[in-house]
Ligand binder design. Structure first.
Ligand SMILES: CC(C)(COP(=O)(O)OP(=O)(O)OC[C@H]1O[C@@H](n2cnc3c(N)ncnc32)[C@H](O)[C@@H]1OP(=O)(O)O)[C@@H](O)C(=O)NCCC(=O)NCCS
Length: 172
């Protein structure tokens, strides 16, 4: 039977399912707690679900973060966390969530996006390690990737990336 797939902003009634999804995908409660903290703190720019036949099958959060380059405060979003239910992977849902979230970040006036993750996965969306290699980050060098939504947004000599408080252990 054909299935209906949609990408849409999360609905409050889906909060529990989103938490359960992240706990299962990461085998940890950290990511679910980060999502709750970002929502509660008003940091969210986009919190999107993928639904298969109306049920949550994936979720991504984009939230406000601080990126300073040569003293410039660059409007920046953190992409985290991203998870797709293991029964629905390899079907493009993760890609659709990221692409839709990036579009919302652009509409929200963000100039760049930062992600911690496997470079092989995130390169396809245009993220690169090089884009933020000149910035100090809480994860140390070579871990975070950056994507300019506005060309030249991350250009400069030095600076830093700071995650908001709900990320807890990722704060600098
Ligand atoms: C990563 C994740 C969100 C991808 O979701 P998905 O819906 O399967 O992704 P898509 O169908 O859009 O893309 C699948 C592609 O991603 C690749 N991929 C999936 N997980 C990957 C990973 N951890 N590292 C590198 N590549 C990965 C697949 O090999 C596939 O590549 P291909 O297109 O070259 O065949 C999903 O595997 C997941 O929830 N993993 C557990 C949580 C996690 O690691 N989240 C990301 C944190 S940075």
């Amino acid at each position: 039977m054909p299935r209906t797939v949609e990408i849409a902003p999360e609905h409050p009634r889906e909060h529990a399912a989103i938490g359960a999804l992240h706990c299962a995908a990461f085998n940890d409660t950290y990511e679910a707690a980060v999502v709750i903290g970002l929502r509660a703190g008003g940091f969210a720019i986009a919190s999107l679900v993928s639904r298969v036949d109306g049920r949550v099958a994936g979720h991504v959060m984009f939230s406000r973060m601080t990126v300073l380059v040569d003293g410039r405060d660059v409007k920046a979003a953190a992409l985290a966390p991203l998870a797709v239910d293991e029964n629905w992977r390899q079907m493009g849902l993760g890609g659709k969530l990221v692409t839709a979230g990036l579009a919302m970040c652009r509409e929200a006036g963000m100039h760049c996006v930062v992600v911690l993750g496997d470079p092989t996965y995130y390169r396809r969306f245009g993220f690169s390690l090089q884009a933020i290699a000149h910035l100090r980050t809480p994860y140390g060098p070579g871990k975070l990737m950056g994507l300019e939504l506005v060309p030249g947004a991350l250009a400069g000599q030095a600076g830093e990336v700071r995650y908001p408080a709900p990320f807890g252990r990722a704060q600098s």
